[in-house]
Write a protein that binds this ligand. Structure first.
Ligand code: ADP
Length: 280
């Protein structure tokens, strides 16, 4: 797969937060995307820079996190950055709670500022590359990202809507370690030539079992609004990346045991995982 072979270039992201900052300060009032050429040439060598797209509940976090461990790059989820800001009772938290709990998107400026700060922290730790989950979510965010990075691959995870709703409603999070689990048993019959889909619950280990919480935005009403907002604001990103030859569509065949090996296979990473498992 041509897109895959571009992904493992050596890199330093050292100038990324600085460039990002300069771009965001110039674009907060501008309507059109910044010119990318001079910045792109500063950032010619890179390691994995991937994006995960997909509706709420599809499992972006699960698969992005597994791949980040395999590829040795950070998994950066903007939803986590937003929830961290919410729990910090900082100046933005009341404003953010109102938006997030209605299933709406936070403004591009706020989300870019949170992401930029996260990248700066990563820079000080010597991080290189990333797997982004939940960003970009608007065409404007994608244009800004395109101006400061060279995204190698965009993985678009897909599940039927019924599964997405059941997965969001069944999601539980450990309030200590932050890991996601799921109490839903999904069993959707195949129809019109499409295969059925089954997913077993993802139960927490003993140390997390008593610490399960439900996200405030995982109620049926808010989940449906998040799906609506996704199809309006984020679905156009599929065409944005498809037209650039970067989109990999992946229909999840089931839960993690069926989906993870298939995903590794289409990413040509199955051998890499075998080596890692053998040396662990
Ligand atoms: P989901 O499960 O809907 O994919 P996330 O955990 O990614 O949710 O994000 C939670 C919330 O954080 C979103 O509903 C939105 O309010 C906000 N958020 C996260 N990423 C972005 C983004 N890139 N742009 C705007 N808002 C965002």
């Amino acid at each position: 797969m041509a897109a895959i072979s571009r992904l493992t270039k050596p890199s330093s992201l050292s100038s990324f937060p600085r460039l990002w900052r300069s771009i965001t300060t110039t674009t907060t009032t501008a309507q059109s995307p910044p010119s990318t050429l001079s910045r792109r040439s500063d950032l010619s060598s890179r390691s994995t820079q991937w994006v995960f797209l997909g509706c709420p509940g599809v499992g972006k976090g699960t698969y992005a996190s597994r791949l980040s461990k395999l590829l040795g790059v950070p998994h950066i989820a903007t939803g986590d950055l937003v929830r961290h800001e919410l729990s910090s009772s900082g100046p933005l938290s009341t404003q953010l709670a109102d938006i997030v709990n209605k299933g709406q998107l936070v403004s591009d400026e706020i989300i870019i500022s949170l992401l930029s700060k996260r990248l700066e922290v990563g820079e000080t730790k010597g991080e290189s590359g990333f797997i982004l989950d939940g960003f970009p979510r608007t065409i404007r965010q994608a244009e800004i990202l395109e101006g400061v990075t060279d995204i190698g691959l965009v993985v678009n995870l897909r599940l039927p809507e019924q599964a997405l709703i059941e997965k969001c409603l069944g999601r539980r999070v450990c309030n200590q370690c932050g890991k996601n689990f799921n109490v839903a048993t999904i069993d959707i019959k195949g129809e019109n030539g499409k295969p059925g889909i089954s997913m077993a619950p993802l139960s927490p280990p003993a140390q997390c079992a008593s610490k399960m919480i439900t996200r405030a935005d995982d109620t049926e009403e808010v989940v449906k609004e998040r799906l609506r907002v996704y199809s309006e604001m984020s679905q156009p990103l599929e065409e944005f990346y498809r037209s650039r030859g970067k989109l990999l569509e992946f229909d999840l065949p089931g839960g993690i045991p069926e989906s993870w090996p298939k995903l590794l296979e289409v990413l040509n990473l199955d051998e890499q995982e075998e080596k890692l498992t053998a040396t662990a």
